[in-house]
Write a protein that binds this ligand. Sequence first.
Ligand SMILES: [Fe+2]
Length: 264
Amino acid sequence: MLKKDSDITGTKLTSYEKYYNNFLMIDIHTHILPSIDDGPETIEESIELCKVAASDGIKKIVATPHSNNGVYEPKSSEIIKAVDALNTQLVVQQIDIDIFPGAEIHISEGLVESVKNGDVLTINNGGKFILLEFPFVFIPPGSDKFVFNLKANGIIPIIAHAERISAFQRKPELVEQMVTIGARVQINANCLSKRADRGERKCAEWLLKKKLVHFIASDTHSLRGRPPILSEAVGCASRIVGKEEARALVCRNPEQIINGLDIC
Ligand SMILES: [Fe+2]
């Protein structure tokens, strides 16, 4: 948890820094809406997740329910309605978090059309960034062309939890190729902990060292397993990429894409 007198890397803060640092973290990958996928079942559980996030210094959350994966197919309007309802409850309960709409979209044919038609949600419904989920076991042939085609159509894919994909664990250079084509990369906060799966941590650390990570996010589904906590991961990442870059992965870069602006 974030301590009031230190920043997300554990460094003691001046008064100005306390003001500046403590409300900037943004979580761009969460399953936080009730009864829409395998996240919380009730709005009370969603609120509990938000309280934990707020305690950690998170100010904005993009809700990214599973979409387009054959199991969960929520309509964009359904997600937006659930985001509005959760935001209303957060105001009522005076929890200082803003929720933005989004989706975690499984890779599939026809995705460009689905994005353009609004059948699947982009980050903050801005039409530009999508959180893209690859299968865990293999990378479908032609995925590089798929990413290139999205980019050619003005859609920038963010590869969700790249470190969890076993093909990327075996050959992380594949992630580098995707970034070269135009993809951006998100890793899960819990993968950098000493308690993490060894293969996931090794892959994530390799990606960080190669400057191929653009976002750290929680991918929270519940308080068990992956709670919405980013501060610990920022501390771990800062030992690899430095404090400023580690902060950017949860502050500047997420803010950019919420506002529809690309990052380098
Ligand atoms: Fe997810």
